[in-house]
Design a protein. Structure first.
Length: 202
């Protein structure tokens, strides 16, 4: 089974309209990772406020960012290279339901509708999508904040950085490993069971 951790840095907080400005992804069981700065699809200039939060500047995107078409296609191909079509795979995000999973759906939609890409191979892959936010809210009821930085502090793991995609992904990986230890004590061991736990089904 392949587990992929995923994070997007974006030009705003609205997942239906904001541009993706950085993609970060990493597998759990190997050193495979994906990292790319992305030129805003809308062509709009990155705001000062977002640059302050992320450390990503318009100049960085201009000189080091990939065109969104190339970035999306490269990321899609990386996913196909690392997901196993013969097993159940897991894609993990923090606040994925309200944010990152929406951006992933937008990437797939743009590949299909704007770039005329056949994404049927991806659609046939068995993937369990896990948002660690509801899992952590159920596991750590009295925690004052469920931001990754505070979860890392709670679980006594390294925080690799905030608001850069690959750094967030590395922190999330370590958080998820710790979460799995807690859940295993409750008899929850598979990704399907983790999802059921997040959804209050078990």
């Amino acid at each position: 089974m392949t587990t992929v951790f995923l994070d997007f840095e974006t030009s705003g907080l609205n997942p239906y309209y904001a541009d993706i400005i950085e993609i970060g992804a990493k597998t759990l069981s190997s050193n495979a990772y994906f990292e790319a700065l992305v030129k805003p699809q809308s062509g709009e200039r990155l705001t000062y406020a977002i640059s302050e939060i992320t450390g990503i500047t318009p100049k960085m995107l201009m000189y080091h960012g990939k065109d969104w078409k190339n970035a999306y296609m490269d990321f899609y191909n990386w996913l196909l290279d690392n997901l196993d079509p013969n097993e159940t795979n897991t894609i993990v995000c923090h606040n994925g339901i309200a944010f990152d999973f929406i951006f992933l759906k937008r990437i797939l939609r743009d590949l299909r509708e704007k770039l005329d890409t056949d994404i049927s191979i991806f659609e046939k892959i068995n993937i369990v999508y896990i948002d660690t936010l509801p899992v952590c809210k159920r596991l750590f009821v009295n925690l004052r904040s469920f931001k990754q930085v505070h979860l890392a502090e709670k679980l006594r793991i390294k925080n690799y950085g905030e608001h850069r995609a690959l750094a967030d992904v590395c922190t999330l990986r370590d958080i998820y490993v710790k979460i799995l230890v807690h859940l295993a004590k409750r008899g929850i061991t598979t990704s399907e069971e983790v999802l059921a736990y997040a959804n209050l089904d078990i």
